[in-house]
Every structure is written in structure tokens, then in C-alpha cells.
Design a protein around this ligand. Sequence first.
Ligand SMILES: Cc1ncc(COP(=O)(O)O)c(C=O)c1O
Length: 386
Amino acid sequence: MASKHKTDFVKESLASLEKSDLYRRMRTVVVKGPTALVDGNEAVHLCSNDYLGLSQNKQVIKEAIESLQEISQCSSRLIAGNHPEITKLEEMLADHRKTESALVYPTGYAANLGAVTAIADKRSTIFSDELNHASIIDACRMSGSTVKVFRHNDTDHLENLIKHIHGRKIVITEGIFSMDGDASRLPEICTVTKEHDAITIVDDAHGDFVTGPNFAGIPAKLGVDVDLHISSMSKGLGCFGGYVATTKPLRDLLINTSRQFIYTSALPVHLCSAAITAMPLAKKGNLQKKLQKNIDHFSTAMKRIGFTLGDSTSQIIPVMIGQERAAVEFSKELLNVGVFAQAVRYPTVRKGSARLRVSLTAMHEQKHLDVAIGAFEKAGKKTGII
Ligand SMILES: Cc1ncc(COP(=O)(O)O)c(C=O)c1O
């Protein structure tokens, strides 16, 4: 009998993904603000997390270029990478989230891994919302803690899970959920965490700079104090990198024990300068007003046509399709008529709850949205989704 080749599993894994409509392939994308060249063809861009359009802002780009003296510090923060521009950015981020301090990580993904693994160990229990982002799921697994997943935004379930647990307890949720666009029920969650003396962590990657008083995100909007704010600067701020905003002792603990902070190169200075320049622009509020106008226009039209948009209250609008193959086909139909909306499938979302994750930005004009709405209606009728 012919023995199996050592890499046969690769073909088998890929074939299995193809068979279950879960195979992923990348398109080339050149972003041009509200539109993009997708595999060389111009389309309305409905997949960007650059919610305010600040990644395209001329002043931000100019400051980034002017501060570009070296591509990167080529060193970790604790060795020789701790440029004054990073510490300036951290002071601004702490002020932004109204915390004592902040610590920048190379990405939001690393910030989640770094913060959770530094505060949770194998004697701790983490309570995690079932719809939390993959970076939170990975962080929980990596910490070695016992992980208890509570039903989405269900504080009764959280209460039932937490009430018999002793030892260090950590509750982690998102601000605006990345694939559903709804907000966390933070006031109710904080009531439970307070009662059970649990540490509260919020990953506010999608609410940060977009919502709340002074655009400080969901905890500020809902008027609650949390122990650790985690966020990404590559969404509302239109820049790059992640951060944790928290108390000074917790920041010290992260600097001393968080492997994703210690053993990686520092965020390049020009990216810090970009974020420093973008922050006051994000706080003017004009971009959020335009974004809200776009959200209202798009959601109203899509609901009227007959699409199901979940419980979204934000710029992330899931157009629910269901089956994985149908979502991929729908996305292709849209692209054929110049609209780029990615199909999101398992394991990013539950099996059978595939969707087109539309994200709106302040860069879209009504004409872009109307093209998109028209294309959705046509594809929806053709595929029988509406
Ligand atoms: C909720 C959430 N957290 C963290 C991240 C990771 O952020 P970054 O892209 O900066 O690594 C994402 C990215 O999509 C996200 O949606």
C-alpha cells in the first residue's frame, strides 16, 4: 500500500474547506477613499474600517511623511525602541479614554493577547461574550485560564456562570461587536462585575473615536468605568497599532510581563505621528455626523427593500444571508456590478449565519450608497434572498 506523503494533509484540508464553502481567497484591493480597485475593477468600497476616512487625510499623511526619519526603530520598547513620540501618543490616548495611563502595542490583536495573558492565569476564570472577536478568543485560550462563554449580551447567563466561581474573575466583551454592529450591554455587565468583584475588559476597537462623548467610545457613551480599555488605531482613527488604557500599576504589569509587548518591535515613529495628528481631527465631530447620515440613509433603504440587518446600531451593518455558499455568491453578484462587500463566514461567525459585513464611512457620498443599495436589491431578488 502506498504510504501517504507527509504533506497530503494540506491538499485534504484545502479540499475540505472548498467542499464546505469555507475556502478563502484574497483579492487585490487598492483603496481610493469611498471606492477601490478590486482585482483591477473599480467598485464602491463597503469593507473599510477607516470609518472617518482619516487614513486618507492629507494632513495626517503629511505629518507621517515629515516624521519619517527611519522606517522603524528596529527594536523593542524595552531595548531601544521607546521613542518620545510613542510616549506622547500614550499620554494622548490615556487622556482620550480618561485613564491614568495607556500602553501602545503593534496591533489591536497583540493588545488583546498581551493584556489578557498578563492578567489572567491558570487559576483565573474568564467570562467571554460568545460573539467576541477572534483575538479575544485566542487571548483567553493562550492565558491558560478556565474560559466560560456567556450568551451574547446575556447578563442573566453571565450572573449564573459567575456566581459560584472563586478566585480571580475577568469579564471581557466588545464595545461595538465587530461582525454584528450592536453595542455591548455594558451598564448591566458592570453591575454584575461589581457585585462579583470581577475585572472588566472592553475591546472597543469599533466604537473608539466613532461614538460617545468626546468620541471616547462605548464605556464613555454608556457612562461606565471599566478596568482595561483595549482598542485598535486602524479603525476609527484611520492609523495603525493597538493600545490598552488602564491604571498605572496595570500598565507597569503589562510592561513587565506581557510577552506581546516585550518581545516585539516598537510601533514605528511615523505611525505614532499619524495617530497624534489624527486624534484632534477625529474629535471635531463633523466626520461622525456625516457617518451617521450615511448609516441612516443606508439602513432605512435596506430595511425597506426587505433585508435583515440584525441588531446593528452602528456603522457596521450585517446584511444577513445564512448559508455560506449563498453569501459568497451574493458577494460575487455585487462585485460584478461594482460593489465590494465581503462575505463573512464560519469560523468568523456561526455556521449558517453567513452575511455581507457592510461597513460605512464618512467618505461615502449618497451616490455611492445609492449604487450599493440598487445593487443589493437586484442581487437580492436574483438570488431569492428578498
Ligand atoms: C474587535 C476587534 N478587536 C481587535 C481587532 C484587531 O485589531 P488590529 O487590526 O489593530 O490588529 C479587531 C480587528 O478587526 C477587532 O475587530
